[in-house]
Structure formats: structure tokens, C-alpha cells
Write a protein that binds this ligand. Sequence first.
Ligand code: CUK
Ligand code: CUA
Length: 632
Amino acid sequence: MNWKRMIFFVGLGIAALAMIGLTSDPACAQQRRERVKEGAPAKADIGENALKVYVPPGDLDEYYAFLSGGHSGQLYVFGLPSMRHIRTIPVFTPYPATGYGYDDESKKMLGGLTWGDTHHPGLSETKGEYDGRWLFINDNAHGRVARIDLRDFKTKQIFGPIPNLAGNHASVYLTWNTEYLFGATRFSIPIPKGTAADVKDYKEKYKGVISAIAVDPKDGTMSLGWQIVMPPWNYDVADAGKLVSGDWWFVTTYNTEAEFIDGKPLEITASQRDKDYIIAVNWKGVEGEIKKGNFTEIDGAKVFDPVKTPGFVFAVPCAKSPHGVDVSPDGKWFIGNGKLSPTVSIFSFEKLQKAIQEKNFAQHDMGIPVVKFEAVTEADIPVGLGPLHTVFDDKGFAYTSLFVESAVAKWQWGGGGREWKMVDKIPIQYNIGHIASCEGDTVSPKGKWVFALNKLSKGTHLPVGPDQPESGQLIDISGPKMKLIAQAFPEPEPHYAQIIKTDKIKNVIEVYAKAENKNPNAVWDPKDAKVVREGNTVKVWMTQIRSSLMPNVVRCNEGDKVIMHVTNIEEMRDELHGFGICGYDINGVPSPGETLSYEFIADKPGVWPYYCTNFCSALHQEMQGYLIVNPK
Ligand code: CUK
Ligand code: CUA
């Protein structure tokens, strides 16, 4: 370690203690610049590095990376290794580019909210392997979850707001056969929602809730399974068990002090104890209890109380304010990363089972049994400052993101005579949060790449004003030493990603089959396009095909209700037509073979052009019509 790095580390240590970790003071600027140089690939390697990520135009990437978009409410599809942004999938936020959130169906799905906070995408799994069917993602803001169908990469269902649960951060973290995805309270509240109680009564009246959302194995439809009422702790990040631990689900907690004091910041309140917990839930067991009728109904949810019926929910002490918990590919270990401790803690699932059997509890905390730390812990590996999340490769190594230190630590997987130990570290620009590896949370990680999802980019790009993009960096993990190869600038805020081999997503649709369009309002011939008045309602059946929108005139009266059914009757890949009405907030992009409906009140008299917004053909500009609204 050279002296500059030493100073840097001391600075970072202080920052860590202050629980800031962002080191935004100007004195650090120079050191940061130094670290850009330090982390930059060696000049001699540049040609070789470039070839590793260069995917010529027309060639395809080897992996899909699905990045959450934080409070943009979206999901981003990247190709790896090229780091090219291929597609934005709108989920909780309207997206004019694809017309999402403007037609009746998607508008209804959004439920009147125009934003969400996506953190953790989760690909559906069969026996712990990605099966390429669906992608789920959480909304941390309003307590919702969504399903994207990987046949057409579109959001098909938004489930929620989930009852009794506020701030759904520890989600979606699916079980290894996609029986359930989970949600959990980040911000405890009095339940049911809508109950008011002052924070003075926090300990007694506020509750945490873990919610199992059932997934229909046929079509992925989500419905409320059941819930577990928990102490008013903050539930942060989760992971589902697999193989031996397949019936279990793990979630980290902070603020196990269970306090929220008016005028006192939570960062102080929640940092008093030396240890918080990883909560281990035997979900199969709770499911059995629910089936037996062992629940109370609260706001329509079947709620299980682990204090009344012990034996299914346990607390495992973990270094204070843990963030990520990650289950190893073999399901035998779960790893906790205490944000304020420079180590990762490895816990043994087998030892946990033994401790539970022997009732080896240190105490009960708010009714939840706390197993003895020494009884379940396997190893502690010093990795560096601010460990957040851990991912895995195919060769028995794990990679932990170090937020405060802005680095990735590589450590060797122990057990079976192998030593648990640190083997490598690489600087990251900057403040890495989540980290993802290729199929790294399945039973068979693929190795090859680690994707660092960084909170801050700190000027590692052309200047774009005070608000800077996030940064994503690609690390080659194929050799013994990690190598930083490339960088991209994803939209805010990539918390987590799922990386899947492209050949696992098999049934991607290029054009919706006409026979599959079951919409009763679809019309397939411009000759059938029409306008029909029924009382004060004007109904329009419209077709789109190069290069006309028919009907091309719609007449109505001010105050009429207008219902438009727009069908893109193209049968060719990528032949999109847009539909926008000037002056009205109507904008859509039906895919070939798709019918979308728009209902609105013609409340602005005048002549309002409508047109195709997607440049679709040489005569695209001709693709227009008029909405004539006669005044009252
Ligand atoms: S979180 Cu963002 S760095 Cu919401 Cu998974 Cu850990
Ligand atoms: Cu259709 Cu432009």
C-alpha cells in the first residue's frame, strides 16, 4: 500500500465511522483522481481488453444483464460483454417512448402512481436455475412487485400495494422453484395501513411484515400468499435458500434497537447495538401453518405470528447494520455483510439447523429466538471497508462489493479442507453498491464477468453538469487476478442486476401472432376501420399500416367521451407505428399485431392533428389524421 492509498484509507475509515462513506469533501478530489489512474487498466492491456468486450455491429452479446432503474421505476436491458444498452422496460413509470402508461390497460396497471423505486430484479427459477420465463422486480416506494414476460419483454402485472407493508426493499428474492417471491417492510408502520400512531409508541404499535407473494407456475400470475408479523425492525436485503436450504428465506435487519425518535436521526438510533440480525425464515413451515389455519386476518392478508407459534423464524446475530445476505450456490452457507464492519461473516446452514434443534438460543428479542453467534458462524474474512453484497463464480470464489473503500474483494470459498481467505482486490470508480455475476445467484454460476453497479461516477466521463450518471464497470474474473475492462453509464439507479445466458431466453416473440390477439376490438382491415357514436360516446376502431391511420378523421363534440381502439395490423418484425394526438395527453406505440385502447374526454374544442410518432416508412410523414372537436 503506497502512502497516498494509506491517506485515502484513513480518510475513508473516518468517513465510515461517520456513516457517510461518500467522501464528498474537496480534499478527496485529488485522491479520487489518483484512484482513477490506479484502477485504470494498464496501457499495455488496452488492446486485449478492447477485444474482450468488442461485439461487432450485427453480432450478439453472450449475456443479458437486467439492471434495475431505482427511482426511475424502470428496468434496463444491457448486453454483456459489450455493455450496450439495448432496451428500457418501463415498469412502474410511464414511458412515452413505448407508449407505456398511456393506454387504458397499462394506465390501470400503474394504478394512478407515476413512479416506483425498483431495486432487485429476480429471474424465475426452476431447481435453482434461471428458466428464462419471467422477470420480477420490486417497488421499494409503494410496496409493489411486477412481472415482466420474457416472451415480449413487457410488464404484464403489477401486484400491490401489498397490505400491511411499507417500503418493499427486501424483494423480490424468489424461492428456488419460483413458488414465492417475497416482500418485506423497510419502514415499519402501524398496521393495517391507514392506522395512525405516533412514533412515541413505535416499539408497541409499529410492525414489520414479511410477505410471501405466490406465483402461479402456469402463467406467473402473482397473488397474496401470506404474511409474517415481525418486530418493528427495518428489513433490508434478502436471499432465498437453495438445495439443502431451499425451504428457507433470509433477510437482513437493521435498527433492531426498534426505536424511532422524533428529532434523533435513525443513523444514530440504529447504530447503538453491536450486532443486528439476519432473519432466517422456514417458509415451507410457515406455509404449512397457514394451511392449517394458523393465522389472523389483517387487511385481507393471512398473517402468521412467529411469537405465538415458535419454531419457524429465527434471528442470527450479524455485525451491525448488515446490508446484503447471500446464499452460496450449494445452499450450505449464508453470508452477511455488516456495513460498519470490515469483514464478511460466513454462517453455516447446517450449524443453524443444529442450533435450532438444540435450542441453542442466546436470548429472545421481542419474542424472536436469537441463536448463539458462535454456534452458527463458520468464518469471518477481513475484506475491507463497507462490505455490501457478495456474488459467486464457478470456481469457488466470492466477490464482495466494498462501498466505502470503492473496491471489489475476491475471496476464496472454504469448507471441505479448503481455507476461507482473501485472494485479490480491485479498485472501482466509485462507491460500488450492488454487484452481479453471471447467473451468480443460481445453483450454477457461470463465472467470466462481474458487473460493478456504482452509486457515483464522479466525473469519469464527459462533463454533464452537476447531476452525474451512475456507473457500471465490467470486471473480467476469468483469471486469478480481477481485471477492470470497461465502463458504461446506466440510468439511475442500478441497484442490482440479473445476468443470464442469452440462450436461456428462448421464446422471444418477433411479431404477435394475429390468432393470439384476443382483443374483441381488434380490426384487421382499414376498410373495417370506423367511427360510431353512441349517445355522448364516440367509439373509434382504428388501423395502422404503412402509411395510413384509418379513419383519418374523427368528429366529436366538446365533452364527448372518446374511446379509441388502435390496432397495428403489420405482420412484420419491428414495424412499429406510434399514435399521438397533438394537444391531448394520448401517446401510444402498438406493436405489430397489438391492439391498444385509449379513453378520454374531448374537453378541448378545435382541430387536433393525430399522427404516427415512430418513423416507419418513406411516407411516415403522411401518416396522419384529424380529431375535430366541435364546441358546445
Ligand atoms: S440495494 Cu442498492 S446497494 Cu437497494 Cu440491493 Cu444494496
Ligand atoms: Cu407509421 Cu410512422
